[in-house]
Design a binder for this molecule. Structure first.
Ligand SMILES: Cc1cc2nc3c(=O)[nH]c(=O)nc-3n(C[C@H](O)[C@H](O)[C@H](O)COP(=O)(O)O)c2cc1C
Length: 328
């Protein structure tokens, strides 16, 4: 079978009177997201807006829907009881996925972080055979909207992408506007009450409007790259401040993830024996977790600052690893 080159293909379409004269040049982008509060949806819309302005770029948006919706606001025990399966990448089922095409020039995966892992519906998407077929051999940009701890989640996402045969070419991260200490209270309070500012003396939870609007800069860069017919490779979003790595959180994230992993394993095993046993251990773990966060996070941050001069090279290497491919 003779494969026609792009100009010949176009010529043939014109000779045959085809109305799809521009189809040969159309770039197809799939944007996938799951958002519980609507915050990530807004971020995704800002990101995709510049791409949608071009008639030769076709943006298909797919919202991942869990078979049984995660209720928002969360009930206290349900919130914590979700962590073992989330961390062990054993998500609840999602609705069947329907794509309009078999192949895309780019897939954008927008996700929020749950317990230092991708949100369950996004993990379910990544594990589905349909998504893996679409992702295979395709450039992917990840777009994260979360409180501020995303490093371990993105490492897991990198493995899921690798398993699907996808090529990660960029990562954009937007985090909550108030600092680490305040958002430790404001984000869970938002999740449990549904209110971003449940009390007047606390700052508002969530990503600021300016940061959400800033997501458009990255969509614009992708549009410009496609318009210039340049390849979508790892340089795509470099030197744009796509991610910021808070080096003080690296150690805490690694420690917390280890703890979630081990306790999650125990809770899943306990649940198989008796749901009541799981609940009892979970109650103990919640108290333990709060104590650990209040002690380990500040202590590791302090240790990191004290030993920073000695650990300079190691921190630099970790920042490169976690920031890859977009970098700071
Ligand atoms: C169950 C749960 C766990 C979360 N765990 C984290 C976390 O580990 N790190 C983090 O930065 N944000 C965490 N968040 C905040 C989310 O990443 C995100 O900011 C928030 O859910 C809003 O996103 P949405 O648009 O999907 O609703 C968590 C939220 C939920 C509901």
């Amino acid at each position: 079978m003779r494969v026609l080159s792009a100009p010949n293909k176009l010529k043939k379409q014109i000779i045959m009177g085809s109305s799809t004269e521009t189809a040969a040049h159309t770039k197809n982008i799939l944007v996938v997201f799951y958002s519980q509060t609507g915050q990530l949806q807004k971020l995704t819309e800002q990101f995709a807006a510049p791409l949608k302005q071009h008639s030769d770029i076709c943006v298909e948006t797919l919202e991942i829907k869990p078979r049984q919706a995660f209720a928002f606001p969360w009930r206290f025990m349900k919130f914590f009881n979700t962590f073992p399966e989330t961390v062990h990448l054993q998500p609840q089922a999602i609705e069947p996925l329907k794509f309009q095409r078999e192949r895309y020039d780019l897939v954008v995966i927008a996700y929020s972080v749950w317990f230092l892992s991708p949100a369950q519906p996004v993990t379910a998407f990544m594990q589905s055979r349909e998504a893996q077929a679409v992702l295979n051999n395709t450039p992917v940009v990840t777009l994260i909207g979360c409180r501020n701890m995303w490093l371990m989640a993105q490492e897991k996402m990198k493995k899921l992408l690798q398993h699907a045969g996808a090529r990660l070419v960029g990562n954009v991260v937007k985090t909550d506007q108030c600092g680490s200490a305040a958002s430790f209270i404001t984000t869970p309070a938002w999740m449990l009450t549904g209110n971003k500012k449940p009390v007047s003396w606390l700052p508002s939870a969530g990503i600021s409007d300016e940061e959400i609007a800033d997501a458009a800069r990255f969509g614009q860069k992708i549009a410009d790259t496609l318009q210039a017919d340049k390849p979508l490779d790892e340089t795509l979003l470099q030197n744009m401040g796509a991610v910021k790595i808070n080096e003080k959180l690296i150690l805490s994230e690694r420690f917390a993830h280890r703890s979630f992993y081990l306790w999650g394993k125990l809770l899943i095993a306990a649940g198989k024996i008796s749901p009541l046993l799981r609940k009892g251990i979970l109650c103990f773990y919640i108290v333990f977790l709060v104590a650990v966060i209040l002690t380990v996070v500040p202590v590791t941050a302090l240790l990191k600052s004290l030993f920073a001069p000695l650990l300079k090279n190691k921190i630099q290497m970790q920042k490169q690893q976690y920031g890859w491919p977009s970098g700071e």
